[in-house]
Write a protein that binds this ligand. Structure first.
Ligand code: GLP
Length: 245
């Protein structure tokens, strides 16, 4: 695991450089995306869009896949991860040729959707380059802490703090999704390269636990210590407690 500590303003350039190297190595890369606040706050997707417009980056042969989606809201709901990806990345790319793959959280048969998504992953040969965030509780994708972590795509029960409750598009507490459909640990470990971005003081404890503490299902991100090709990109605040563990 490589840990890089960068000024916040340099994160987007570093991530875009890593992505560009990946696409240069393999233009047909399967690119795993992430939602969350970091890609927006640090302009990560905006930098890809800028480079694409400048002719420095092409997604013509690449395929995009997202690891998770909220359950119980339609794909076109303003809070769905599909909508997020469409607004912040896919809808702004000009070289995108293949339909991005995202689990369908509104499926009436969620078990079948989990199986279908595992088949999609297997058919694509899993992910070549996965961008990730780190949940405050140590989740990656939407693999929440617990007694065990499933290998295959599954329905995870969201921790209260991870439920989207502030949204202006959600009218009542009842409408806030309680579950997500997420890839399991197999798809994480089979991703050939992982780039994880975590920033801010509030992530410092979890960064230290996840990347220098024991490997445990109560911190799903700790399993990344077993992965051969992970680059963790932090700002100084998020890196501030690493030496404590
Ligand atoms: C959501 C996503 C996760 C992501 C997390 C934290 O919960 N499902 O995959 O890791 O957000 O992201 P951020 O710290 O960028 O807000």
């Amino acid at each position: 695991m490589k840990i890089e500590v960068l000024p916040a303003g340099e994160i987007k350039t570093r991530v875009a450089d890593l992505l560009s190297e990946q696409i240069k190595r393999n233009p047909k890369s399967v690119l795993g995306m992430t939602t969350g606040s970091s890609p927006i706050k640090y302009g990560i997707y905006q930098e890809w869009i800028r480079r694409e417009q400048a002719g420095e980056l092409s997604f013509h042969e690449a395929r995009f896949i997202n690891p998770d989606e909220l359950v119980g809201i339609s794909a076109d709901h303003p809070e769905s991860y599909r909508t997020y990806m469409q607004e912040h990345l896919f809808g702004q790319l000009q070289t995108l040729r293949y339909e991005p793959q995202i689990p369908d959280g509104s499926s009436i048969d969620l078990m079948a959707e989990c199986l279908r998504f595992d088949q999609v992953l297997a058919d694509l040969g899993y992910v070549d380059w996965q961008l990730m965030g780190l949940g405050l509780n140590g989740h990656i994708a939407f693999i929440e802490p617990g007694d065990h972590i499933p290998a295959k795509t599954y329905i995870s029960q969201l921790f209260e703090e991870n439920r989207v409750s502030q949204s202006p598009h959600i009218n009542s507490e009842e409408e806030v999704p309680k579950q997500s459909i997420t890839i399991g640990l197999e798809a994480v470990m089979k991703a050939r390269n992982i780039v994880l971005v975590a920033t801010g003081e509030n992530k410092a404890d979890m960064v230290a636990k996840a990347f220098t503490g024991p490997i445990t299902t109560s911190v799903p991100a700790s399993f990344l210590q077993l992965h051969a090709n992970v680059t963790v990109i932090l700002d100084a605040a998020a890196a501030s407690k690493i030496s404590l563990y």
